[in-house]
Ligand binder design. Sequence first.
Ligand SMILES: Cc1cc2nc3c(=O)[nH]c(=O)nc-3n(C[C@H](O)[C@H](O)[C@H](O)COP(=O)(O)OP(=O)(O)OC[C@H]3O[C@@H](n4cnc5c(N)ncnc54)[C@H](O)[C@@H]3O)c2cc1C
Length: 389
Amino acid sequence: MEKLETQVIVIGGGITGCGALRDLAMRGLDAMLFERGNLSEGTTGNFHGLLHSGGRYAVKDQPAAKECIKENRILRKIASQAIEDTGGFFVVIDDDGEEFMPRLIDGCKTVGIPCEVLSSTEALREEPHLSPKTRCAISVPDGSIDSWDCCIGSVNAAKELGARTFLFTPVTEILRDNDRVIGIKAVDQTSGDEYVVHCEYIVNATGPWTDKIASLARIDVPMVLSEGVMVVLDSRPTKRAINRCRYPSDGDIIVPVGTTIVLGTTSVTIEDPDNFCPQEWEIYKVLEECMEMVPMIEEMGIQRSYGGVRPLYEPPEDLEDVEEGREVSRAHFVLDHEELDGVGGFITITGGKVTTFRLMAEDTVDLVCEKMGVDEPCRTHLEPLPLGG
Ligand SMILES: Cc1cc2nc3c(=O)[nH]c(=O)nc-3n(C[C@H](O)[C@H](O)[C@H](O)COP(=O)(O)OP(=O)(O)OC[C@H]3O[C@@H](n4cnc5c(N)ncnc54)[C@H](O)[C@@H]3O)c2cc1C
C-alpha cells in the first residue's frame, strides 16, 4: 500500500473534475485527481455536444441561461480549438411557438443573449433542409463543443503545473477523523496497487455518482438522475444547431458535430447511474420529433445511439415540488458539507453543463481557497486552454 499526501483530492475525471484540477493547479495548490475509468467516461463522454447560448433556458431557467451565455463567450476565447461556431436556430414549425416565441425573445434580451428573428424565406435560404412548414427562426450564438478536448486540455495544463492524475483508479473509501474528512483509499485497476492518500480537502466531482461518493463519507446528497438518449446520423444536413421553438421536451435539438448530426434527447428519471439502458421508444421518439424540423432525417442512416445521465441537484426544500427531471434547474451547485452536514474537508460540485464547466471549477476552487486561506484569484478565464489529445 502506497502512502501519499496532497493538499486537494479531486474525485471524478469528467469535465467538472478536470476543470477543477486545472484551476487548483493554477492557484498554486498541490492537487491529485482520481478517476475510476478513463477521462470523460461518464456523462461528459455521453452528452449532446451543444455549446449552449443559453437560449434553451432563457424562458424557464434564467440563472442557467445567464451562466451559459457568459461561459459561451469565455470558452470561444480560451478554447476555440474545441469549439465549432455553428450558430443556432430556434425554429417555429406550423403553429408552435405562438406563446413561446415572444417569451424566448424577451428572455434572451433579459439575460443578454443576442438573437434575431428570420422570416421563413430567410431561414430556408440559410438552412435549405429545414421543414417547408418553418414559419420563422430565431438565431442565437449556439455552437458545438468537444468535451474530450476540454478534459485533456485541462488535465495537461494541470500536469504542467505539477498536478497528478490516477486513471482507472476508483476511490473505494473516504477517511474521516471525527467530523472531518482527511483522505481516501483507492485501488489501481490495472496494477492492483493500493493507495492511501491524505489531504486537506476533497472535491467530489462525480456527476451522477455524487451521492454514491458522498455516502462513503457518510453524507447524503439527494440527486435527480435524468437519463437522455442521443442518435448519431451519417451526414450533416444543417450548418447550425437546430432547436425547436417550444418549452423543452423530447427530441427538440439537432447538433452538428463534425460530419454528422446528433439528435436528442429524452429525460427519464433513473435510480442508478451504473444500471440504465436507453429504451427503443426513446430512439424512435427522438427521430420522429427531429424529422419534423428536418424531414430528410427520415432518409438518413443511423450510425449509433447512446445515453447519458444528467447529474441534477435541487436544494432539498425545492425538491419536493419537482415531478420530473426537466423541472430541475441546470444551474450548478457548490455544496459546503461543513455548513450543510457538519463534515469539514469535503466539497461537492454538481449540476451544470459542459458549457459551464470553467465557471463550476472557479466557484468550487474559490470555496476551497477561502477555506484554506489561499488568496489567489482565478485566472482560467484569461489563459488559453492547451490543445487536447
Ligand atoms: C443526455 C444529456 C445531454 C447533454 N447535453 C449537453 C449539451 O449539449 N451541452 C452541455 O453543455 N451539457 C450537456 N449535458 C450536461 C453535461 O454533459 C453534464 O453536466 C456534464 O458532462 C457532467 O460532467 P461531470 O464531470 O460533472 O460528470 P461525469 O462526466 O459523469 O464525471 C464523473 C466522473 O466520476 C467518475 N467516478 C464515479 N465514481 C468514481 C469513483 N469511485 N472513483 C473515481 N471516479 C469515479 C466517473 O467515472 C465519471 O468519469 C448533457 C447531459 C446529458 C445527460
